[in-house]
Design a protein around this ligand. Structure first.
Ligand SMILES: [Zn+2]
Length: 278
């Protein structure tokens, strides 16, 4: 396994990002939206703090290598609600810093939460990648797929976006023409080789998104991996969705196999034989 962390003085932040402390970097998406990054972590996670009118929502709680709680509390207060995009370990790391969290109302997640305390299964959490044990956390609100989460006057539509994982959700904010795509789409190696990943599901989700999203959609992903590049927040667009869709259509005409394919200079899809089904 590669080193999980690198010294922050070896990390180059582009213009527009600033160090918050000795681990987190922050960037302004707009006046009410803060991107919180972990560029010294090998997966280069980005979480998003969405605020309005004294209310706030944190979409993903970071890797847990350091607690994201203090950063969020400094910028948005202690009443911030947390909403993990899916149960992989690197999106749940700081969940303990928040009260009862918002969880997508999917049968597989309900099954992990007897008495409304959710403990992800290893297949959903994948903690063995970094020798981590899953947290248990209280669920405060089961939000339905297709429901709208309100943060002040902002409206965030909860979309089920399986492909990378069966429990993945994204947030679509028509008012700001933005998709918070989490691990469905980000910069770097797109993981579709992990348990639960499905290339047919990836393709079907993309086709659903094409019906919903405008051509000039602004997409923010949850990882910003670059090869030797700077550590900017991962912003992608409709062309990236289209390029991924074309690659999936091509791959799915052939036999199942393990491999990887460069989608474009921003993304490479990793996949396994098992991910050709499901
Ligand atoms: Zn993931």
């Amino acid at each position: 396994m590669c080193d999980l962390e690198q010294p922050i003085d070896s990390v180059t932040l582009p213009e527009g990002l600033a160090w918050e402390d000795d681990w987190f970097a922050v960037g302004t998406v707009d006046a009410d939206t803060l991107a919180i990054g972990e560029p010294a972590y090998h997966q280069k996670n980005w979480s998003y703090l969405i605020t309005d009118g004294g209310e706030s929502l944190l979409f993903d709680t970071g890797s847990g290598r350091r607690s994201i709680g203090p950063v969020v509390h400094r910028h948005a207060g202690v009443s911030t609600r947390a909403f993990p995009s899916h149960m992989h370990f690197d999106h749940l790391g700081g969940v303990d810093a928040f009260g009862p969290v918002i969880v997508a109302d999917l049968p597989m997640l309900r099954a992990m939460a007897p008495d409304n305390v959710l403990t992800p299964t290893e297949e959903a959490y994948l903690g063995h990648y970094e020798t981590l044990s899953p947290p248990s956390f209280p669920v405060g609100h089961w939000v339905g797929i297709g429901d709208v989460l309100q943060v002040g006057l902002r409206h965030l539509h909860v979309l089920h976006t399986p492909g990378h994982s069966p429990d993945s959700v994204s947030l679509w904010e028509p008012g700001r023409n933005r998709l918070y795509a989490a691990d469905f789409l980000y910069r770097g190696h797109l993981y579709a080789q992990t348990p639960g990943a499905s290339l047919p599901a990836y393709r079907a989700t993309l086709e659903t998104l094409f019906d919903i999203l405008p051509e000039d959609i602004d997409i923010l992903g949850a990882h910003g991996q670059t090869e030797g590049g700077t550590d900017d927040m991962p912003r992608l667009g409709h062309a990236d969705l289209a390029a991924l869709h074309a690659a999936l259509c091509d791959l799915l005409t052939g036999p199942p196999h393990d491999g990887q394919r460069e989608i474009n200079p921003r993304m490479t899809l990793l996949y396994s034989k098992a991910s050709f089904t499901g």
